[in-house]
Design a protein around this ligand. Structure first.
Ligand SMILES: *Cc1c(COP(=O)(O)O)cnc(C)c1O
Length: 240
């Protein structure tokens, strides 16, 4: 998932091409984790990393996550060996040689921050209970609704920079502000972004001129999407 455009890429195909060229293939899934259903083992990348503070609600500073493909579970490639990655059975013998725990656990440097993991535990339990397929179905509906409303009501104001094909995106639409209130481009974008925040609609600003809006299916509703559109109309018409 490209963070600025919101474009989702085909992990299996990129992995296939990368491996065919002799490359090690890894993915930054910061914007994919908790947003799109992922099948990392079957798609076959060598590794992936992500943070937990976007869709997965871990809070700022939350611990990150990593995937290491099972084919590397017992690799002796060089690594930053930390005592918490040492095999649990012999970890406390404190021997002179590093024996990695098989799998991704063998890359842990030190023990994880328990207080930082607590909100993640609560959040991941919810994700397990709802299931990624149900979340993705609601996400497609929310983002499709957002797209439809923008096309119908905000066509001269906002341009959608994210792919129109739902298979090539997740929750996010990246929006360029064309014009409004006599402003154009970046100036219009900043003005709208600040007005949205003042109206309680929180998106994200990326320089030079992109507003990212991501209805999160775990807790956003279709009513929230409509609220964003109405807030943008209020800005355009000088009411907010
Ligand atoms: C948020 C984000 C990350 C996560 O970085 P941290 O160091 O965990 O804060 C990585 N890559 C992209 C593209 C991101 O948007």
């Amino acid at each position: 998932m490209q963070y600025r455009s919101g474009q989702a890429f085909d992990i299996a195909e990129i992995t296939r091409l990368g491996h065919a060229a002799g490359a090690v293939v890894g993915f930054d899934l910061a914007h994919a984790a908790g947003n799109l259903p992922l099948r990392l083992h079957d798609d076959g990348p060598d590794f992936a990393v992500w943070c937990h503070y976007k869709y997965l609600n871990g809070g700022p500073g939350a611990v990150g996550g990593c995937f290491v493909h099972a084919r590397h579970a017992r690799t002796d490639r060089p690594r930053c060996a930390g005592w918490w990655g040492h095999d649990e059975a012999t970890r406390f013998r404190m021997g002179p040689h590093f024996q990695p725990t098989p799998g991704a656990d063998g890359w842990q440097l030190s023990n994880p921050p328990i207080l930082g993991l607590a909100p993640l535990r609560g959040s991941l339990e919810l994700f397990d209970r709802v299931g990624m397929d149900a979340l993705r179905a609601k996400s497609r509906s929310l983002t499709g609704y957002l797209e439809t409303l923008i096309d119908q009501r905000l066509a001269g104001t906002l341009a959608i920079a994210t792919p129109r094909d739902p298979a090539q995106r997740g929750a996010q639409l990246s929006l360029r502000v064309l014009e409004g209130r006599g402003l154009r481009g970046r100036e219009a974008g900043r003005s709208l972004f600040e007005s949205l925040a003042a109206q309680g609609v929180l998106g994200d600003w990326r320089e030079p001129d992109v507003i990212r809006i991501s209805p999160a299916p775990m807790y956003n509703s279709h009513g929230d999407v409509l609220r964003f559109v109405r807030a943008t109309e209020a800005w355009r018409e000088g009411r907010a």
